[in-house]
Design a protein around this ligand. Sequence first.
Ligand code: DGL
Length: 270
Amino acid sequence: MDKKSCPIGFFDSGIGGLTVVQAVSKLVPNEHIVYFGDTAHLPYGDKSTAAIQSYSVKICDVLLKENCKIILIACHSASAAAFELVKEYVGSKAIVVNVIDPTIQYLASKYSNTTIGLIGTKKTILSDVYAHKITYLNKNITLKSLATPLLAHMIEEGFYDNTISESIIANYLNANELQHIKALILGCTHYPLIKPQIEKFYNKSVEIIDSSEIVALDVKNILFENNLLNLSNKITKDKYFVSDYTKSFEETTRLFLNKKIELLHYPLWE
Ligand code: DGL
């Protein structure tokens, strides 16, 4: 099989990672997509590192069976907890990409001697992965971070553009931990949906960094540099697997992908 026509594999704790699929598909529309949402184990934001690592490895088996040329960890919590392990596990069988490193590179290219904010799940924030990687840049960037666990649930319930979400967002962003920042990283797959409300809150005084857009650009570059871009039109259907199927998951996918998709049930442990 020609490697160029192989799919890009994405995985997430659930369906929020579809925001990354959306951003990637916009830039490289010919690429086939295989997506795995671990809906049986969500949220990853409250799970232990060991649990997320074992789910991630299982999911990689599925994506490798589907011949994915790239495995994109489309989840900040899994990127924080399992990237190194997944990379080692997958080896040379596929290129492994996470949603954190491209954002760190973006920061390095644009900021120094300043303070940046980060919001995400408890797992992402408590892992300190962003802080470590930023320190390593040696750019005198101070990171201020805040776990905002309610936001993902709020968005999944459809509260992302009304007064309720506006006041929850304001409550979090007014916290002491996030004051005097130059930019704010949206460190969770769900947050692109509330980007307009966050922008409104800061009224252009803070740059809102949407990692899904940055990661999509990174994926495009990786495909190009490795001569893996699919230049022919799509011939097979994209696949969207979930480890636990419910009609409500299927309906919620519309929020993240702006189109109706069919979810295929793929239990991780039989
Ligand atoms: N996908 C997760 C992330 O980006 C958010 C939802 C969860 O906690 O599983 O961190």
